[in-house]
Design a protein around this ligand. Structure first.
Ligand code: GH3
Ligand code: MG
Ligand code: MG
Ligand code: MG
Ligand code: MG
Length: 300
């Protein structure tokens, strides 16, 4: 584990460095508080820090305050190591954000086990962060296709509409639905149907700009959110989708499956207030028309 030592006394710093390296830590050293804080702000920051109190430029206690104010993730475990031995100092140090407080001259074994306790806290934070990331991914993505799920793509659309109104550009959506998909399942089986959904998702995603969003709106329905894309732009987009899906049958373990897609598009006006429901409903109406007019086509 990476550890920072901030200490202005060169001899004491060297001693600490050697000892921590001997205990297996990956040691980074700073000669003053300002340098220490810069290191803690850096991308590859240490997750443990031992800070002297009295240092030039920035005191250890100030480093604690800055870290707690500015850096929340990942957690940095802070230990003040100081010759300030009064109870008020300990209270002030811990109130400034230190996790632990040790006085000089320190006892080697005590420092070693206190660091171990710090490591446990850091590891707990890391586990929590990983669990949080997994939960977030699960809560926002569709597990079959990896696309945004219904709730998230709707949220994304709502956010884009707010931003578009503020910044004065339009937003378009495409509602795309695979044609006669029930028949694909009936003919080739559900696993092949799943493969078709996955491959179709990948193909659509690959055709989009990085700032567009694609979600699985329902079973075999996809919703594309295209910020800063007007009527002409969305029409061309949807035509490309339609052509790409309709002219390239999908290779699955159950055989080569021809599929087509019907698409409805809708675009916000520049000055009217548009909400999610209105825009999705408009795209849905257009999709319904595409189905009625023979499928494998785009309607506005
Ligand atoms: P249309 O052209 O009118 O859209 O006909 P359709 O058969 O595609 O539409 P319908 O709504 O009748 O049927 C949708 C089918 O999509 C039925 C359902 O079993 C299938 N489906 C929905 N989600 C999944 C899925 O996750 N995997 C598979 N394999 N099939 C799915
Ligand atoms: Mg000092
Ligand atoms: Mg369908
Ligand atoms: Mg249907
Ligand atoms: Mg459908």
């Amino acid at each position: 584990m990476k550890i920072l030592i901030a200490e202005d006394d060169p001899a004491f710093r060297k001693l600490l460095e050697k000892m921590l390296a001997h205990w297996g830590y990956d040691v980074v050293a700073a000669r003053n508080g300002a340098e220490a804080y810069q290191i803690l702000l850096s991308k590859d920051r240490p997750s443990l820090a031992i800070l002297d109190w009295e240092m030039p430029e920035l005191e250890g206690i100030e480093v604690c305050r800055n870290v707690r104010r500015e850096i929340h993730d990942p957690y940095i475990y802070l230990i003040l190591l100081t010759s300030h031995r009064r109870e008020e100092d300990l209270v002030a140090g811990m109130e400034a954000g230190a996790d632990d407080y040790l006085t000089k001259p320190y006892k080697q074994n005590e420092l070693r086990v206190r660091l171990r306790a710090g490591r446990r806290i850091v590891e707990l934070h890391e586990d929590l962060a990983a669990a949080r990331d997994i939960l977030y991914a699960k809560a926002t993505h569709d597990s079959l296709t990896g696309l945004w799920n219904h709730e998230e793509i709707t949220e994304i659309l709502a956010r884009e509409l707010t931003r578009a109104e503020r910044e004065g550009y339009c937003v378009s959506v495409i509602m795309a639905d695979l044609d006669f998909f029930k028949k694909v399942n009936d003919t080739y089986g559900h696993l092949a149907g799943d493969a078709v959904l996955r491959i179709t998702s990948n193909k659509l995603r690959a055709m989009m700009r990085p700032y567009d969003a694609l979600g699985r709106y329902g079973g075999e329905e996809f919703l594309a959110v295209l910020p800063n894309c007007g009527k002409g732009c969305v029409g061309a987009y949807a035509q490309r989708f339609c052509l790409q899906i309709g002219s390239h049958p999908i290779d699955t373990s159950e055989g080569i499956i021809p599929v087509t897609m019907s698409l409805g598009v809708a675009t916000t006006g520049r000055n009217l207030r548009w909400d999610c429901t209105t825009l999705i409903r408009a795209a849905d109406v257009a999709l319904y028309r595409a189905k009625e007019n023979g499928r494998n086509r785009v309607e506005v």
